[in-house]
Design a protein around this ligand. Structure first.
Ligand code: DHK
Length: 145
């Protein structure tokens, strides 16, 4: 039976491809979405991006209420500040993979302490945009048990 995987993206990720390419590369968000769908095989991907904290929270609620099998989330800047995102993820029943394009631990100190990592099943950071495909594949392996 096909499962649904939610791939959720936070603020400024709509600018991928033209946003600090020396850090985030040249891959656009649309190309990232295609990478996720290719990695998902027969599983259904819900792929979303928002610049608003409350929308991200509501999408996490939707993943929870709809019985999504797993979440890949790049909360972007909300990673380090958002208790509401953290609290919403605590309500999710399945595996959560926190994804960062850059290696946040090799950047400025403000990017070093993720609130989300405390509830994430796993964290992927520094693989560039290909990290999304790695996250989706890894989530599927976790779901296969
Ligand atoms: C993306 C962002 O927008 C930053 O705020 C994070 C993350 C890093 C990333 O590497 O995908 O600090």
């Amino acid at each position: 039976m096909a499962r649904t995987i939610h791939v959720l993206n936070g603020p400024n990720l709509n600018r991928l491809g033209k946003r600090e390419p020396e850090i985030y590369g040249h891959t656009t968000l649309a190309e990232v979405e295609a990478l996720c769908r290719a990695a998902a095989g027969e599983d259904i991907v819900v792929f979303r991006q928002t610049n608003y904290e409350g929308q991200l929270v509501e999408w996490i609620h939707e993943a929870t209420d709809s019985g999504a099998a797993g979440i890949v989330i790049n909360p972007a800047g909300l990673t380090f500040t958002s208790i509401p995102v953290l609290d919403a993820l605590k309500m999710f029943h399945g595996p959560v993979i926190e994804l960062h394009i850059s290696n946040i631990h090799r950047r400025e100190p403000i990017y070093h302490r993720s609130l989300v990592s405390g509830v994430a099943t796993a964290v992927i950071a520094g693989l560039g945009a290909r990290g999304y495909a790695t996250a989706v594949r890894s989530l599927r392996e976790l779901l296969e048990g």
